[in-house]
Design a protein around this ligand. Structure first.
Ligand code: PMT
Length: 227
C-alpha cells in the first residue's frame, strides 16, 4: 500500500505527552490521587503518533492500553513525572501536559502501614513541584501545551495559567459539565492561545479533541519555521 509521509505533520518531531493521575504515597497501602483515567492524554499520544511524531507517553497508573508505537514511561508520583519530563525536555519539540498531577503530597510517606488509633487523624500535606511552570521557565523553543481542569471561572483561570506557566496553548475543560473532563469518552474544551485567539469547541470525542489540539500544535510549529 501507499503511505504518503508528506501528509504526516509531525515527522521528525519528538512529542512528550503526560497522562493519567499521579499517586502520592501515604504508606504502602494508601495514596492520594484523582479520577483521571488517561483517556484524554492517550488520545493525544495516539494522534501525535499518527502524524509521524516520536511520542514519549509519560503516564501515571491507568487501566487503558497504550497506543501502538509510542515510548511508554510509567510513573507514580508527581516527583517521578517531573524527573522523566525534565530528562526528555531538551530533546522535545512539543510537551503536552494532560496529566492530572497532584498539587500536594503527604509530608511524611511511611514505609510501614500506619495503624489506626483512637480518634481522628490529620495528614500534613506539602506542595509538589509544578511541572508545567518549570517547563515554562526552562523553555527553549518547545511548544508547551497545558490543560486547565476547572469547576468555575474557566476563562479567568485558563488565561492566568497561560501567562503564569508561559504556555503556548491552555486547553480548558470544565470538569463539572456533563460529557467533559475525567473518565468520559468525550470532552468539551476551549483553547486559549498565546496569540490571544480563543477557540471554543463543542462536545466531541476525546480522539477528535486530540486531533484539533494536534492541528493547533502543527500550525504553531509551522509559524515557528520548524516544519
Ligand atoms: O484522564 P481523563 O479521565 O481522560 O481526564 C482528562 C483530564 C480531565 C484529566 C484532562 O482533560 C485535564 O484537564 N488534565 C489536567 C488536569 C489538571 O491537573 O489540571 P490543573 O488545572 O490542576 O493543572 C493545570 C496544568 O498544570 C495541567 O496541564 C497539569 O498537568 C499541570 N500541573 C499541575 C500540577 C503540577 N504539580 N504540575 C503540573 O504540571
Amino acid at each position: 500500500f501507499f503511505v504518503n509521509d508528506e501528509r504526516k505533520q509531525l515527522t521528525g518531531k519528538t512529542v512528550v505527552v503526560t497522562a493519567g493521575p499521579t499517586r502520592e504515597k501515604i504508606d504502602p497501602v494508601r495514596f492520594i490521587s484523582n479520577h483521571s483515567t488517561g483517556k484524554m492524554g492517550y488520545a493525544l499520544a495516539e494522534e501525535a503518533k499518527k502524524q509521524g511524531a516520536h511520542v514519549v507517553l509519560v503516564t501515571g497508573p491507568v487501566q487503558i492500553a497504550a497506543p501502538g508505537g509510542v515510548e511508554l514511561v510509567k510513573v507514580e508520583s508527581a516527583e517521578e513525572m517531573f524527573n522523566v519530563v525534565m530528562e526528555w525536555y531538551d530533546k522535545a519539540d512539543v510537551v503536552i501536559k494532560t496529566a492530572a498531577v497532584a498539587d500536594y503530597r503527604p509530608k511524611i510517606s511511611y514505609d510501614h502501614k500506619v495503624k489506626k488509633q483512637a480518634g481522628d487523624a490529620t495528614i500534613e500535606l506539602v506542595r509538589t513541584k509544578d511541572i508545567l511552570f518549570e517547563l515554562g521557565q526552562r523553555k527553549k523553543g518547545q511548544v508547551l501545551v497545558g490543560f486547565a481542569a476547572e469547576t468555575e471561572n474557566l476563562e479567568e483561570y485558563a488565561r492566568k495559567k497561560l501567562t503564569k506557566k508561559n504556555a503556548d496553548i491552555i486547553v480548558a475543560n470544565n470538569v463539572k459539565s456533563a460529557g467533559a473532563g475525567f473518565g468520559t469518552d468525550t470532552n468539551i474544551v476551549t483553547l486559549f492561545k498565546r496569540s490571544g485567539t480563543v477557540t471554543e469547541l463543542p462536545i466531541m470525542s476525546k480522539i477528535d479533541v486530540a486531533k484539533r489540539i494536534i492541528e493547533e500544535i502543527t500550525s504553531l510549529l509551522k509559524d515557528m519555521g520548524g516544519n
